[in-house]
Write a protein that binds this ligand. Structure first.
Ligand SMILES: C[S@@+](CC[C@H](N)C(=O)[O-])C[C@H]1O[C@@H](n2cnc3c(N)ncnc32)[C@H](O)[C@@H]1O
Length: 242
């Protein structure tokens, strides 16, 4: 599939920010090991340990590159999407799901960080040392505002924000617009599981907002997954004080 084809309606100059990360079968990758240990589908060492009926992503290959250098410096991580195991809910991990898997992965990977999670499913909220979780519907600005207040998140304080929630364009934009002021100026904002259709919408969105943000579109290539699925993410940094 040619992603530089103008006929699909994106703004070409924004598209040039896209790059590809090749699957790296790396048994010594800490993030892959932690994905297996806690049951997140962000990566894997062994498919036998993956509790889900779908193959893992290889986001860990990218995260090892961008987060590896600041492991000890990261103080606050926010992730939307705790990983419900209620199959009736949208974006559920299914009955084999392990709620909190990625939050525990981040906690072990960033030894000096507090991890704040949020989700629409109140049944999976929990707290343990260095992890706190809160209700949030990412499609509602009011709900995001309440989450920020309840979690006592102040402006410009968060090192990493990850949207692994509903995975629909309007929800992604709503969460981004209502939480982005919390990101540090040198922080990193990630949107996971972006379909190729939504990539085009996000490209146009970030084209319109390119004075404030730089968005890089990352296409993860993996033999575990079908090329053209949602194994893509967007990595956003701030350019200006909002
Ligand atoms: C893919 S799972 C997250 C997996 C987890 N981050 C991990 O790697 O282990 C997606 C989560 O998004 C939540 N979700 C769905 N719609 C949501 C919404 N509108 N607001 C917030 N969370 C939502 C689901 O309840 C589910 O727990």
């Amino acid at each position: 599939m040619s992603l530089t084809n103008n006929s699909i309606g994106h703004k070409n100059d924004v598209f040039n920010y896209g790059f590809y990360i090749q699957y790296l079968k790396n048994d010594s990758s800490l993030l892959n090991t932690l994905s297996d240990k806690y049951g997140s589908d962000k990566g894997e060492v062994s498919s036998n340990l993956n509790p889900y009926p779908w193959p893992s992503h290889n986001y860990t290959d990218f995260y090892s590159l961008v987060f590896g250098l600041r492991r000890n410096e990261v103080k606050t991580v926010v992730e939307c999407g705790i990983g419900t195991n209620n199959p009736a809910l949208k974006s559920s991990m299914g009955v084999a799901g392990k709620p909190g898997a990625s939050l525990r992965l981040w906690k072990e990977y960033f030894p000096n960080a507090n991890i704040l999670g949020c989700d629409i499913d109140d049944d999976i909220l929990f707290s343990e040392e260095r992890i706190n979780t809160f209700h949030c519907d990412q499609t509602s600005p009011e709900s995001i505002k309440s989450f920020l207040s309840n979690a006592e998140i102040i402006e410009g304080s968060v090192d990493i924000i990850i949207d692994d929630g509903l995975h629909e364009y309007y929800a992604g934009v709503c969460f981004f617009e209502n939480i982005i002021a919390s990101l540090r100026l040198d922080g990193i904002y990630i949107i996971e599981d972006v379909t190729h259709d939504d990539i085009i919408k996000y490209k146009n969105y970030f084209y319109e907002n390119n004075a404030a943000f730089e968005a890089r579109f990352v296409f993860l290539k993996s033999p575990l997954r079908t090329w053209g699925d949602d194994n893509n993410l967007i990595c956003i940094t701030r350019k200006t004080i909002l």
